[in-house]
Write a protein that binds this ligand. Structure first.
Ligand code: DQA
Length: 164
């Protein structure tokens, strides 16, 4: 597996360029509310992907992006499309529950998206039970900690492997 900037890369053949996007307040995972989000940092995601995918990890090229801003996330999604990203793993943080603007972007983007939440949002306050992202996603993974990102990469790998 290589880790690089998919926005500068053209599409097939080769590894699937995938983009992992984290939204607001997800820049300090490992420090923020560890009782909710755990003590591992995002740097644990690549080893988790390697563990879960095994040799298939060579088929994916991961880029990571985090922003606290709604507009910056939309700009990055648009850049990912222009750069030929084949899949998006999106944890939009609190924007999940509020952002029509990000949902509107996902609606037209035409890139498979998997929505991820580190915590089990359904075991938390009611406001976290709804998502503007979910209807535009292939699926939602919630409550598995950072493993959720790796599960999403695996799911995208499976999905895209049938569509080379
Ligand atoms: C979160 C859940 C959201 O409700 C919250 O606003 C976050 C993180 C999660 O990963 O569990 O910032 O998306």
């Amino acid at each position: 597996m290589t880790v690089s900037d998919v926005s500068a890369r053209a599409s097939v053949p080769g590894p699937f360029p995938l983009l992992v996007i984290n939204g607001p307040n997800l820049g300090h995972i490992g420090q923020r509310l560890p009782e909710v989000y755990g003590r591992q940092g995002m740097d644990e995601v690549v080893p988790l992907v390697e563990r879960l995918l095994g040799a298939r990890a060579n088929d994916v090229e991961l880029s990571f992006f985090q922003s606290n801003g709604e507009g910056a996330i939309i700009d990055r999604l648009e850049a990912a499309k222009a750069g030929g990203a084949r899949g998006i793993v999106l944890n939009a943080g609190a924007y999940t529950h509020t952002s029509l603007a990000i949902a509107d972007c996902l609606e037209w983007l035409g890139i498979p998206v998997i929505e991820v939440h580190i915590s089990n949002v359904f075991a938390r306050e009611d406001i976290r039970h709804s998502s503007h992202m979910a209807k535009h996603a292939l699926g939602v993974i919630s409550g598995f900690g950072l493993m959720g990102y790796a599960l999403a990469v695996l799911a995208l790998h499976e999905y895209l492997s049938g569509r080379r």
